[in-house]
Design a protein around this ligand. Structure first.
Ligand code: ZN
Length: 175
């Protein structure tokens, strides 16, 4: 064997990262072995810890290592405002803007029949149930303005009954 089988396996493993093909996998693996073994070990440790400890918040589905997540635990946040997003990345973006002080509910993506994502797959009934239970005054729907985003927003609006007012937001840009 002229090439290290372990190196081959490492490069193959790196390709699970989004956007990484064979050539970039090789460009990542070699410098770690040649120049930054400490960084590589740290990366391995962080990956393993993150994968082991980060889960979805049992209330809002945000990514978190404590249950419920710090946002859900924060009683100083406006409990009457609920912002619906389609991924934990959206929560991060909105939080970084610092403009929204309510709480979140994170769906597991958007409705997309072609990809097999129906109401059950994206967790729509959990959202509707939560709104029914908590009765927030306002539900801000911050989903993409794509066909899938529109369809999902429509389903949310249809599914909600009771006193909650539904407002649409441009994605990631709270008013
Ligand atoms: Zn939470």
């Amino acid at each position: 064997m002229s090439v290290s089988p372990l190196l081959m396996s490492l490069e193959k493993a790196l390709r699970c990262l989004s956007g990484v093909g064979p050539r970039s996998a090789s460009r990542m693996a070699l410098p770690l072995l040649e120049r930054d073994r400490e960084g590589g070990l740290h990366l391995a440790e962080m990956l393993s810890q993150a994968l082991e400890r980060i889960e979805h918040c049992e209330i809002c589905s945000n990514l978190t290592e404590i249950q419920p997540c710090p946002i859900c635990q924060d009683i100083s946040r406006d409990q009457s405002l609920l912002c619906v997003v389609s991924s934990p990345g959206d929560i991060l973006t909105i939080e970084q803007s610092g403009l929204f002080k309510g709480r979140y509910h994170c769906l597991s993506g958007l409705l997309s029949p072609l990809e097999g994502l129906g109401p059950k797959e994206i967790g729509l009934s959990e959202l509707v149930q939560r709104i029914y239970d908590e009765k927030p005054a306002e539900c801000l729907v911050a989903l993409a303005s794509t066909v899938e985003g529109e369809a999902t927003t429509h389903q949310i609006v249809t599914g909600i009954s009771g006193p909650t007012r539904v407002t649409r937001l441009a994605q990631g840009v709270p008013v």
